[in-house]
Design a binder for this molecule. Structure first.
Ligand SMILES: Nc1nc2c(ncn2[C@@H]2O[C@H](COP(=O)(O)OP(=O)(O)OP(=O)(O)O)[C@@H](O)[C@H]2O)c(=O)[nH]1
Ligand SMILES: [Mg+2]
Length: 287
């Protein structure tokens, strides 16, 4: 398996092989938000036995003690595990480390999501249902019918919408939400996207991974989600992260052109129907 694994990453002990769905959750100073997220995750996937669900918290030695808190939570539920990294080297790095652990363990589905309450675990069955329906990558999308950002002020909406439109245009993709971080992957698709080290370290790595998947021929489905603003803790998004994405997106396009492997449909995503409880719950076993 060729996966970019930062040298500091070590797999948590005691993880059983061939586990069904892994939810990878990066944390940095999320003491205030993590317990509720874990409770909501377990609540959203109640039928999942331990062998079928792993929640992997990837903590970058948070100064607020999130890592130790995650260890306490993990001691109380075998479905939860913690990957401790020694330093904060970027969200892309943290995700690459968590993904590598999940892939090495033989995960059959990998879900990625924020810890701050913005991503609702209740949407996970819909993401998994999209994989069941044939997608290689299901993208939780704020910008398809049924998706929303109800709490955001106008300034934030413009930034996010503008960022997505910019990335779409420059990369020539038709996926509407390229910057979101709530996704479900087939392992082979994720593994292929990670075959080379990420070149974007901040949140722009979300764009890079999705663009690599599309370039590799993945079928991408956008599943509508409502993205809630965090109510506790602090955002880590800053001007440097935005700047990095703005600069790196055209470089991604150039790299794709050079590789000459862009798919014929230009990354046309399919839009899944709005969330509905019944088909969604059929996949709630988190397989
Ligand atoms: N391990 C790790 N996690 C990170 C890092 N940066 C951000 N995170 C986590 O990634 C998730 C998203 O970060 P946020 O700060 O909420 O950023 P955001 O959701 O893009 O922005 P807001 O909408 O302002 O909250 C959260 O769970 C963070 O704790 C990092 O460098 N390392
Ligand atoms: Mg957030």
């Amino acid at each position: 398996m060729v996966v970019a694994v930062p040298a500091r990453a070590t797999a948590p002990a005691g993880m059983p092989p061939r586990t069904g769905a892994w939810v990878v959750v990066p944390t940095y100073n999320e003491r205030a938000t993590l317990p509720a997220l874990v409770a909501r995750l377990l609540n959203a996937l109640p039928a999942a036995p331990a062998a079928d669900l792993r929640i992997l918290v990837v903590d970058d030695n948070s100064p607020d003690g999130t890592g130790a808190l995650a260890d306490e939570l993990a001691a109380a539920d075998e479905r939860l595990a913690v990957l401790h990294r020694t330093a904060k080297t970027g969200l892309g790095d943290a995700y690459a480390a968590g993904f590598a652990v999940a892939l090495d363990a033989g995960a059959r589905r990998i879900i990625q999501m924020d810890a701050d309450g913005s991503h609702d675990p209740a949407a996970i069955p819909a993401l998994l249902a999209a994989l069941d329906a044939g997608a290689d990558l299901a993208v939780g999308s704020r910008y398809v019918a049924g998706g929303a950002t109800p709490d955001w002020p106008l300034r934030r909406r413009i930034l996010s919408r503008g960022g997505c439109a910019y990335a779409r245009l420059v990369l020539g993709l038709e996926i509407r939400d390229l910057t979101g971080g709530f996704k479900a992957w087939r392992p082979d698709t994720l593994e292929a996207a990670l075959a080379e080290p990420l070149t974007v370290q901040g949140y722009g790595f979300q764009i890079e991974l999705t663009e690599r998947a599309v370039r590799g021929g993945a079928r991408v489905t956008e599943v509508p989600i409502a993205f809630r603003d965090r109510t506790q803790g602090e955002s880590k998004m800053g001007a440097a992260i935005v700047r990095e994405a703005i600069v790196r997106v055209p470089q991604l396009r150039l790299a794709a052109r050079t590789a000459g492997t862009r798919t014929a449909d230009g990354g046309r995503g399919t839009n899944a129907p709005a969330l509905s409880p019944s088909p969604v719950n059929r996949s709630a076993g988190a397989r």
